[in-house]
Design a protein around this ligand. Structure first.
Ligand SMILES: O=C(O)CCC(=O)C(=O)O
Ligand SMILES: [Fe+2]
Length: 224
């Protein structure tokens, strides 16, 4: 399942992110890529050691932790610290698969889900689409400012060359409590349906039964 979520971050935070990213130091993106991805990765990443970058990163991470749709779709157990990336004219990130295991400050994690949070106006740059290889063919994403695409880390994907302007994004990875994508999708559908039932009719018997099934499937499938 690939999910797009609009307006993930509030406008004041987005403005602060944009202001900080316009005025910070960047490093060569190849520093954080695996050996094969490094050969096709051509971008820049905000220096993650700078205090203003750390502060923003943490704020964005806690915003995601509180986002109901992100939580429902990803069920994150561990998250890799977010990275802010910038693609200037001519930069791109060729086809690659993300590393299956990534280091975090605490412990290594398995990457189940990858995501991109688009941080600037898509009309201000040309190219720079995130292209994901799926069984239904290539899917292309160039989302509005503040929108996020969540996709399986198991896919081949790339960022097409930026041919005008610059593309700013935050990228991240999550290990899910539910490893199997099909199980995760079943839980997502059930959760969505029970919320719709609640909104339409309140806490009905149907809502309770859907909640019970969701909780019991989680008991079967979740690793915590
Ligand atoms: O910037 C993006 O949309 C994705 C970048 C990416 O694939 C990566 O950092 O592994
Ligand atoms: Fe990637």
């Amino acid at each position: 399942m690939i999910l797009c979520i609009d307006q993930v971050i509030p406008t004041p935070l987005l403005s602060r992110v944009q202001a900080t990213l316009a005025d910070t130091t960047y490093r060569d993106g190849r520093e954080t890529a695996g050996w094969h991805a490094r050969t096709v990765k051509q971008n820049e990443q905000a220096d993650g050691r700078l205090p203003q970058v750390v502060r923003l990163r943490k704020e964005l991470e806690s915003t995601l932790q509180r986002h109901p749709l992100f939580q429902m779709a990803a069920r994150p157990r561990r998250m890799k610290p977010l990275m802010f990336s910038r693609y200037q004219e001519g930069m791109s990130y060729g086809n690659h698969v993300d590393d299956a295991i990534m280091a975090t400050p605490e412990e290594a994690m398995r990457t189940d889900l990858s995501f991109t949070l688009f941080l600037n106006d898509p009309d201000s740059y040309t190219g720079g689409e995130l292209v994901i290889d799926t069984t239904a063919g290539e899917q292309t994403y160039k989302l509005p400012t503040g929108a996020l695409v969540l996709y399986p880390s198991s896919t081949l994907h790339r960022v097409d060359p930026v041919t005008r302007g610059q593309r700013l994004a935050a990228v991240g990875w999550a290990q899910s409590q539910v490893r199997d994508p099909q199980q995760r999708e079943i839980l997502f559908d059930l959760d969505t349906t029970r919320r719709q039932e609640f909104e339409a009719h309140g806490k009905t018997r149907t809502f309770d039964m859907l909640s019970k099934s969701l909780a019991n499937l989680l008991r079967m499938w979740a690793e915590i």
